[in-house]
Design a protein around this ligand. Sequence first.
Ligand SMILES: Nc1ncnc2c1ncn2[C@@H]1O[C@H](COP(=O)(O)OP(=O)(O)OP(=O)(O)O)[C@@H](O)[C@H]1O
Ligand SMILES: [Mg+2]
Length: 400
Amino acid sequence: MIDTVSNLKAMVENGEALSAQLKKVAFRPRARKNLELTFGPGRAADLIGRTPEALTKAEAKGRLPAPKIGANGRRYYTLEDLTLIRQSLGIIPGKQAHEPAVVLAVQNFKGGVGKSTITKHLADYLALQGLRVLVVDCDPQASTSSLFDVDQEELWDSDETLAHFLAPSAPLSEFRRTIRDTAWPTTKIVPSSLGLGEIEWHMVAGAEGREEIMRRFGLLRAGISQVRREFDVMLLDPPPAMGFLGMNVMAAASGLVVPVPARQLDFLSTIHFMTNIADTLEALNEYNMGVNYDFIRVVASNYSRSADGEAGMLRILQQMCGTNMLTNPILASEEIKNSVQEFRSVYESDKPISSHKTFTRCRDNLDLVFSEILHVIRQQWPSTSLTGFGDQNMLDGEAA
Ligand SMILES: Nc1ncnc2c1ncn2[C@@H]1O[C@H](COP(=O)(O)OP(=O)(O)OP(=O)(O)O)[C@@H](O)[C@H]1O
Ligand SMILES: [Mg+2]
C-alpha cells in the first residue's frame, strides 16, 4: 500500500515547482470586459423612469446635455449618460444616504439551482436601474467572479480577497481592501479566490469558546457593515453547502431570494432547506446574532412549462410559499446558458447569441422577475416613495 500523505505531498511539491507554468495555462487570460452598451431614447427613458417625450423636452430646454447621435442618425445614450441624466434631474433610484443597503443572499443549499446565474443577472439588472451594487462571491468555485471578469491568476498571491479577510486574525478594516471595480460603473465585487475553500477549514478548526464562535459566524456581517451605507444593494452568492461560509452568509443577509427548480426532488430539498434555515436562525440567535429577515422570496428557476410535470410542480410550490413566492418564474433559456458559457450576462450585449426572438423573450422574462425583486428592495427604504422616483410629474410637468 502506498503512503497517501507522502504521495499527496510529492504531488504538491511537483505542482509548486510547476506553478509558474500552471498559472499561464490554468487560467485563460481574458481581456477585461469592455461594456459598450448603448440605449435608444425609449429604453433610456424607461430606465430613468420618465417618458421619451419628457427626455426630449428636457434636452431641448438645455436641462440635459444634447444626446449623442450614431452613424445611423439616431440618438443614443451610454450607461454613464444615464447616470448623468439621473443626477441632473435629481432622480435617486436607490436609497437615501442614511439608509442601509439591502443585503440580499441568493440562497439555497442545493447545488446547480441557478444561484450564481441569478446573482450576476440581478446585479446587472439593478445596475441598469442606476443602483450601486456590491456583489460578494462567497463560493470557492468563484463562478460569479468569473462572470465579472475577475482574473484568478491575479488573485493567486493577493491578500485583497475575501479569504484573506475571513482569516481568523484579519482586522475588520481589511474588508474594504477586498472590494474591486467591475466593468459596470456602479457595480463592485468582493471576489472569491482559490483560497476560500481552505479558509473554511481554518475557521472551524481553531474556533473555541462561545464568543469566538459567534465572532466567526458574524465576520462577513461585520465586514459588510463597514461599507453598508455606500451601496444600495449587496448580493451574496453562497456555496451550495451549509458550512462556515454558508452560515456567514445567513448571518449577514437582510433578505433571501431562494431559487428552486420546479422539479419534485428540488421541491423536497426546498422543504428541507426551509427547515434548515429556521434551525440555523435559531442557532445563530442562541448566539445573540439577532438574525431576522425582512423578506424571503422563492423563485422558480430554470423553468420550462413544456417539461414533464414542471407546470404542476410550479403550482405546488406556489401553494406552499403563498405570498413569499415571486409571481413570475425564471424561464429556462438557451440565451442564458450560452451567455454564461461566454462569461457574461444577457444584459451585457445587445447582440443575441441565439435568435432575436429568444433573446427578447429571455430579457423580457428576466426584467419581469427582477422588477418584482426590485419592488421588494424598494419597500425596505421608506424614503424612496418621497424621492420622486416613478413620479412622472416632476419632469413632465416642468417640461410641458
Ligand atoms: N434560466 C436558465 N436557463 C438556462 N440555463 C440556466 C438557467 N439558470 C441556470 N442555468 C444553467 O444551470 C447551470 C447551474 O447554474 P448556476 O451555476 O447558476 O447554479 P448554482 O446554484 O450557482 O450552482 P452551485 O450550487 O454549484 O454554485 C449553469 O450551467 C447555468 O448556465
Ligand atoms: Mg454558484
